[in-house]
Structure formats: structure tokens, C-alpha cells
Design a protein around this ligand. Structure first.
Ligand code: 26V
Length: 861
């Protein structure tokens, strides 16, 4: 009977419409007469989801049946953005046209899954883009680290890897940013306001999680490493919510499992009986707070108890899920690492290492060393930052109260580790203290999570070559000595071309597939096909089509900016073709140096004004400083004073420059509020130039640099992070590099500290004008902290050392862009032709081959 009534996918526009209407009427209990864009979005999503669910179930069955090695990607952040358009694009298949319905288009007709649904929705009276716009972003991440996890799950599904993501289902994602009087104001992102069609609650999958309590040694006697009982004091339930992750051009649909906290149904009867009903209920409600909100810090660690609770809740739930699945196979424990690879996205999931050791020793009664061998073969750790203030450390007092048994286990892990180190390096007396997982600090000892992650893993990787080299020579230097260099490796980050090219830039995708004669978009799976574009780099007709696409995308961004600016244009529409769009969008951080960018803008403005006041004509000014708009976007951590001040400065400078009629719209400054994934999809394709100008050695990789290049934008950047590989791949003629190198940073900082270094005249001028109150007449000292940091506080981010070369490089950019458009377009085309290396598919393959030892599980064709 089951077979007879098997559910069916829609395959034609006609069948889609049938599904759509049944979802409007049955699922949403609406009629076509009161179906608005939101309802249309929901019905479309439900329909598309139905198709996915069929493949999702099959994929899970297949992966279980094949019983090959599985990969689990543990990340506290998954910055997914919208799901609908991505799901539609990934539905695309290769098979030739068959069975044609009313709309004359089918899902199997090559390049048209998106077109087919777009037309079908159009016939129902809706505009496809407006429908897509209804979806809130799933913004469960801060920035690069979270978006990387999202690109990785896309590539793991596309590569048919049996791989799941594990994370938390925050009720509030990263805050929404409002700009009020130029200041950032945070408002909550309650993204689950409307039913979320992209998740399935698995109410049957609940894992009890304990906190606090005490360790009971009754069963172990005096032996230290024997199993013990941890009697938890507080218990909450982790409930699984699953999101389907469809691969591109494959029927593989993987799973992203996010945990949500809820109270146990066990009731505290002692409290209840003593008449304390209200307290008993209140304590239950506290459970939900564990997954209420994403911590909005990026590269800054605060050491809050709730954050540690989140981490343990998530690690324990995920591990028990993984172990439960493994136990079904009835294999011996020794095969655990052959069947399972767990990747730690930064140190946030490091408690999983400890939890697995606890499960094996305390619950499964394995010998300590046997267990530890399994643990270290299972885990691998990715480091994403060298910034000291981002390295996680937990005071042992707080830690031991919340997780008493785990603290003991960490002490034991450390003891065995240090013993081995001591045996090997008897002469190095300081070494033990330097590498100890427990830092002897005042007022209290702390657990160094990065060291624990290294000791508990078989591989440690950085995310770009320079970064991977740096961690080996700085923060993890001693561990290279202890373990040898092979434990440390590099996997340069990547991004998914499905979202960041096909979805974000449909016009460019179309031009590419037409030009390289790849109507089925196979280049999105094999980006080396893009090299075929190189032969058109100097072709005038092609250049002009390329330029038209850019123009289209710039207009699209100008429309967004206008909408955000209350319907008023900031950028003169008639001039867009001749206006250089110079964009810096990313989290606001001193090390990313948005302050240097805005100082550069001020310098340009002052120079223009000076020319005018010394008698130059506006034409002469335009000759030296041609049309340009400086676009910024990004969130600051709510408690990060300097970053917030940078946002205010950008907005204040914009207020002055944008109103100045004298410079005749030659220069504009825009701050786009609430930068997020779906805005990035509009912003990135519109860039002529983007800025990746971090102090050398501070940006681990950067991934937006790759996104901009993939969309034909050129880069102005420092020799930092993946800019190094980008330069290697696309050629140094096609990128504007400037500034000091990372090997000189220490010395430059030293000079600032111990000698009084002189500011360059250009920067001095800028800082003086800021201090004069030119941008804050009502409060001239408003930006003092920013100017002082360069002038008097050691200029830690070396703005003064790089400023002149930055300004000079910007002037070079102007000249190429405005005086030699053909040369510019050639650079742009060659960049895209050679961007293939930065596909996250390549990146995932490297992880699979060199770290996970995992193979794809291909669907039968
Ligand atoms: C640390 C913390 C500390 C506790 C509070 C919340 C929180 C959230 C995130 C982090 C880690 C920050 C590290 C990070 O995001 N690194 C970025 O990773 C990108 C992907 O590898 C990389 O492209 C960026 O260069 C790097 O800054």
C-alpha cells in the first residue's frame, strides 16, 4: 500500500502550481483571494520543501545503508541567509527535456528550474523576486566563521559527502542594526516570527543534558582514572530541529541539526510539595534561555556562564546523537574513528572532546588510554584567528561549578599530556608552563581551550596559507615542537559559487554560461571551466557585455540604497556608469581598519576642497579625483566602543560630504544599515572595487574578498589572509596591493611604543580636521578616542604606517578605472576566469582527503 500511494515530486510548472494551491488552501488555510506575498512565499517554500523532503529521506536511508564514514561539522554559528532561492537553484538537474506541462517547462530541462518556478508563480499573479523577499534571513552567525560553515554544508551536500552540521537553534539571531543619528542601535532579530518552512521539529529526538551537581566516587574507590558518576543538579532537554541542505545537481540532501532547549517534563516535586509552585515553574522556564540568543561578539571572548552552558548543551546533545547512531551499527568502539570524523569550527565545540572521553570512560567503561586514543583520532580543529582577545579561556571556578566531572577529566588529560612533554623535553624548564592546558593566572587559573583542542585532535588547520604559517610560528609554536609539523596544516577557505555567483549575480552567471557554452551550468561544479573566459578578456564586444552586467548590478544596489534612504537617491543615477563603487562590507573591527578607509575618504575630500580653493576648476578636480562612491556596511559588537565610534564617524563624514554642493557629486559616502547575507547578495555583485585592508597578519583569511572577485570586482588590499592566494591565482596585475608586510609588524609596533614615530603629513591633516569638529560641530571631541589611538596610544593597527601607500594606491585605482576602462575590464574578466580555486567544493575536498579520510556516497543514477 505504501508503494501504491508513494508521494510524488512536482516536475513541471503545472504540477508546481497544483502543489502551491493545495498548500495555500490546506497548509495555510487560505484562499487565492487572500493570498498575499507572504503566503505565496510560504506556499512556494512548502512546495519546494516537499520535493526536498523526498530526497532528504532517501539520502539518509542511503547513507545508513552504505555505512561509510560520516563527517560531523560542529559550529556554534551557521549564517545561512535565505533558503528558498538557493533550494530552487540546487534543484537543477542535467537530464534532457521530457514530459512538458502547461508552462512548457520542466524541472529536468537543464537550466530552467528557477525560470520554470518563476514563470509558474508569475502565472499565479505574483512577482518572483517579491516573493523571495518575504523570507527572513536565518542569521545564526556573526560573520566569516558562521558564513563559512554555511558554505561548507552546501559543498558537502554537493560533493555527496555523508555529512551533517550540528549547531544551535537560537530564537534570536544576530541583532538587526539600526542607524539612528549616525549611531548603531541594536534591535532583536526574532526570526521565527512566522512559521519556518525550512525546519522540521523532531520532537521524538530529545537528549537530556545535565549541569552543576557533584561527582560521586562510590563506584570507583580510590583509583583516579576509574569511571565515576556525575550526579547532575539541573537538567534540560535538547530537542532536535532539522534543516534540509540540498546539494547542487545531485539528489543528495544532507541534514543540519540545530538543538533547542526546553524544560524537562520531570517536575521538581520537592519544591512543588513545599508550596513553592511559582519557583518551580520559573526554574523550568530558565531552560529556554540557553538557546535564546546568539552571542553577538566576533573575535572577542567574554567568558560568560550562559555561553559555556550553550557550548556544553550543544556539544553533549550532538555527541550523544552521534554515539547513538554509531551504536546502532554494533561495531566495536575501536572502529569509532574509522566511522566518524568530527570537525571543530574554532574552539567553541572543544567540550565535545571532553564529553566523548567522559562517555567512553564513565558510561561505556573503556580504559582511559584506549578511550583517549579514540577521541584524538576522531577530532580535528580549525583555528580562525590569532587575535589574543578572541582565544577562549574559562576560569576553573566557573567551569568546575557547571561541569565538575569535565573539569576533572581536563586535569587528567593535561596531566598525561604534560607527562609526555616532560619526558621528551627534559631540558626545557619553561615549556610545561607554556603549553599547559591550565594557565596559572591571577586571580584564577584558566582553561586554555585552544590548547585543549590541539591536544584532543589529530589535525589542526588554519584557513589561509599566511595564517596557517603564522599560527605555527606564534600562538602554537610550542605544539609544533611537541607534535612535529605534520599535525598542523592549511586548508584555504572557499565560498559556494551557487549562492555567491549564480544566485547573487544571475546576469553574470548567464553571460558566463552563454560565453563558455555551458548552458547546464556545469562550471558551478568545476570552476576550472571558467578559465575559458580568459580568451575574451580583451574582446571589445565581450567587455561591453561584461560592463553592462556590472552596470545592471550597480543600478540594483543604487535602488536598494535609495530605498534605505527613504526614497531619496544618494548616488546620481545618470552618472552610475562613471562612478567607481568602492565597497567595504564586513564586521566593524579596528583590525579590519574601516577607520583607515574613512580617513582616506576624508583626505580625498580635503584635497578636492583644497584644489577648489586654490583656484582649480571642478573639471580639474574631477580629473584628479574622478567620480566615486564609498560604501560601507557592517555590524559592531554591541559592547565594542571603538567599532561603534568608527560607524559614527563614517556616518558623520557622509553627512558633511554628501551635502557639499561645491564638489558636485564627485564623492559620496554611504553607510548601508544592517548588513547581512541577503544584502550582501545585492551589494557584492555591484562593486568595482572592494577593500580588504586589515593590518598584515590579523585577518586569518577573509572570505568576502573571494566573493567580490567571483563577481568581477577588483580588490584593494594588504598582503594578508587569503589575499595572498588570490594574488597568486588571479595574477598580481589584477589586484591592488599596498602596505607593510606581516613580518614587519612587530618591529613597527615596537617603534610606536618606544620611539616617538612621526605621523605622515597626509594623515596628520585628516586627524586635525576631525579634531577640529568638522564632522561633529556640536561635540568636537566626539572622535577623540579614534584620533588618539593613532596619535598617542601606539597605533596598534598601524594606520599611520600604511596610510600613504593606501592613498597612493587609491589614486592609482582611479586612474586605471577612469582612464583605461579596457584595462580595468580585462583585469575584472581575468579575475573571474581564475577564481576557481576559491570554490568551497575544492576546500571540502581537501578536508575530506587530508583530514577526514571520508568518501562521497553517490546516489544511484
Ligand atoms: C570568537 C568568539 C568569542 C566568544 C564570543 C563569540 C565569538 C564568536 C566568534 C569567535 C571567533 C572569531 C573568529 C572568526 O570569526 N574568524 C574569522 O573566520 C573566517 C572564516 O575562517 C575568516 O575568513 C576571517 O578572516 C576570520 O576573522
Amino acid at each position: 500500500i505504501w508503494n501504491k500511494h508513494r508521494v510524488k515530486k512536482f516536475n513541471t510548472g503545472d504540477e508546481f502550481q497544483e502543489k502551491f494551491i493545495s498548500h495555500v488552501e490546506w497548509t495555510l488555510a487560505r484562499s487565492l483571494y487572500n493570498c498575499d506575498d507572504l503566503a505565496a512565499y510560504q506556499a512556494t517554500s512548502e512546495s519546494v520543501r516537499d520535493n526536498l523532503v523526498i530526497d532528504w529521506n532517501k539520502t539518509q536511508q542511503r547513507q545508513t545503508a552504505r555505512d561509510s564514514k560520516r563527517v560531523y561539522y560542529l559550529s556554534l554559528e551557521f549564517l545561512m541567509g535565505r533558503a528558498l532561492d538557493n533550494a530552487i537553484i540546487n534543484m537543477q538537474t542535467d537530464t534532457s527535456e521530457k514530459d512538458v506541462g502547461e508552462t512548457k517547462e520542466t524541472l529536468t530541462s537543464g537550466n530552467t528550474s528557477r525560470e520554470m518556478i518563476k514563470n509558474a508563480i508569475g502565472q499565479l499573479g505574483f512577482n518572483f523576486e517579491d516573493v523571495l523577499e518575504q523570507e527572513p534571513d536565518a542569521a545564526l552567525g556573526n560573520g566569516g566563521l558562521g558564513r563559512l560553515a554555511a558554505c561548507f554544508v552546501d559543498s558537502m551536500a554537493t560533493g555527496d559527502y555523508p555529512a551533517w552540521g550540528y549547531g544551535l537553534r537560537y530564537q534570536y539571531g544576530i541583532f538587526a542594526q539600526k542607524i539612528i543619528n549616525g549611531y548603531q542601535v541594536e534591535t532583536p532579530d526574532y526570526w521565527l516570527n512566522f512559521a519556518n518552512p525550512w525546519e522540521v521539529e523532531r520532537s521524538e529526538i530529545q537528549v537530556p543534558i545535565n549541569f552543576y551537581g557533584y561527582v560521586d566516587r562510590a563506584q570507583s574507590g580510590s583509583s583516579t582514572l576509574a569511571p565515576v558518576d556525575w550526579i547532575g543538579g539541573e537538567r534540560v532537554l535538547a530537542v532536535a530541529y532539522d534543516m534540509p541542505i540540498p546539494g547542487f545537481k545531485t539528489s543528495t540532501v544532507n541534514n543540519l541539526r540545530l538543538w533547542s532547549a526546553k524544560p524537562t517534563t520531570e517536575f521538581d516535586f520537592s519544591k512543588f510539595n513545599s508550596g513553592d509552585y511559582k519557583n518551580s515553574v520559573e526554574q523550568q522556564q530558565r531552560a529556554e534561555s540557553i538557546t535564546a540568543v546568539l552571542y553577538p561578539n566576533d573575535n572577542f571572548e567574554q567568558g560568560k556562564e550562559l555561553r559555556l552552558k550553550q557550548q556544553y548543551f550543544w556539544c553533549a546533545a550532538s555527541l550523544h546523537d552521534i554515539v547513538r547512531r554509531f551504536k546502532k551499527s554494533r561495531r566495536p568502539w575501536s572502529e569509532f574513528p574509522d566511522q566518524i570524523a568530527i570537525q571543530l569550527n574554532d574552539t567553541h565545540p572543544t567540550l565535545a572532546v571532553v564529553e566523548l572521553q567522559r562517555v567512553l570512560v564513565d558510561l561505556e567503561k573503556l580504559d582511559w588510554h584506549e578511550a583517549w586514543d579514540i577521541v584524538t583520532k576522531t577530532f580535528a580543529y580549525t583555528n580562525h584567528t590569532v587575535m589574543q582577545e578572541a582565544l577562549e579561556k574559562w576560569p576553573i571556578g566557573l567551569f568546575g561549578r557547571l561541569l565538575p566531572r569535565h573539569l576533572e577529566i581536563i586535569f587528567d588529560i593535561n596531566w598525561f599530556f604534560l607527562k609526555a612533554v616532560e619526558e621528551k623535553f627534559q631540558h626545557d624548564v619553561d615549556l610545561l608552563g607554556r603549553v599547559s592546558i591550565i594557565e596559572e593566572a591571577s586571580p584564577e587559573r584558566q582553561i586554555r581551550m585552544a590548547f585543549l583542542a590541539i591536544v584532543g585532535s589529530h589535525k589542526v588547520n588554519g584557513v589561509a596559507e599566511l595564517h596557517s604559517d603564522l599560527i605555527k610560528t606564534t600562538i602554537f609554536q610550542d605544539f609544533v615542537k611537541i607534535y612535529g609539523p605534520n599535525k598542523f596544516t592549511n586548508v584555504t577557505n572557499g565560498i559556494t559559487p551557487r549562492r555567491w555567483l549564480k544566485q547573487a549575480n544571475p546576469k553574470l552567471a548567464q553571460l558566463i554560461s552563454d560565453t563558455i557554452d555551458d548552458r547546464a551550468d556545469n562550471y558551478l561544479l568545476d570552476m576550472s571551466k571558467l578559465t575559458a573566459l580568459a580568451k575574451f578578456a580583451e574582446d571589445e564586444t565581450f567587455q561591453s557585455k561584461w560592463n553592462d552586467v556590472k552596470q545592471f548590478n550597480k543600478l540594483r544596489l543604487a535602488d536598494l540604497i535609495k530605498k534605505l534612504n527613504g526614497g531619496v537617491d544618494i548616488i546620481e543615477r545618470d552618472h552610475i556608469r562613471n562612478t567607481l563603487f568602492d565597497i567595504q562590507v564586513k564586521r566593524i573591527h579596528e583590525y579590519k581598519r574601516q577607520q583607515m578607509n574613512i580617513f582616506g575618504v576624508i583626505y580625498r575630500y580635503l584635497s578636492m576642497k583644497e584644489m577648489l580653493s586654490s583656484g582649480s576648476s571642478i573639471e580639474e578636480v574631477a580629473e584628479k579625483y574622478p567620480r566615486k562612491v564609498s560604501i560601507f556596511g557592517g555590524k559592531s559588537a554591541p559592547g565594542y566602543y571603538m567599532a561603534k565610534l568608527i560607524i559614527k564617524l563614517i556616518n558623520s563624514v557622509g553627512d558633511v560630504i554628501n551635502k557639499d554642493d561645491e564638489i558636485k557629486d564627485l564623492l559620496k559616502v554611504v553607510f548601508i544599515p544592517d548588513y547581512n547575507v541577503s544584502k550582501a547578495e545585492i551589494i557584492i555583485p555591484a562593486s568595482d572595487l572592494s577593500e580588504h585592508i586589515s593590518t598584515a597578519g590579523t585577518e586569518a583569511s577573509g572570505t568576502s574578498n573571494m566573493k567580490f572577485v567571483m563577481n568581477g570586482g577588483l580588490i584593494i588590499g594588504t598582503v594578508d589572509g587569503a589575499n595572498v592566494e588570490i594574488t597568486r591565482e588571479i595574477g598580481e596585475d589584477n589586484i591592488f596591493l599596498f602596505g607593510n608586510l606581516s613580518e614587519n609588524v612587530d618591529e613597527l609596533r615596537f617603534n610606536h611604543q618606544y620611539h616617538s614615530t612621526k605621523l605622515p603629513e597626509s594623515l596628520n591633516k585628516v586627524l586635525n580636521v576631525i579634531e577640529s569638529g568638522a564632522f561633529s560641530p556640536e561635540n568636537p571631541s566626539e572622535f577623540k578616542a579614534l584620533t588618539d589611538s593613532v596619535k598617542y596610544h601606539g597605533d596598534y593597527y598601524l594606520v599611520s604606517d600604511d596610510f600613504d601607500s593606501y592613498v597612493a594606491t587609491q589614486e592609482l585605482v582611479d586612474q586605471v578605472y577612469h582612464k583605461d576602462k579596457a584595462a580595468w575590464l580585462k583585469k575584472s574578466i581575468l579575475s573571474v576566469a581564475n577564481v576557481g580555486f576559491f570554490s568551497s567544493d575544492r576546500c571540502i575536498e581537501e578536508y575530506a582527503d587530508t583530514i577526514w579520510n571520508a568518501e562521497p556516497v553517490k546516489p544511484e543514477t
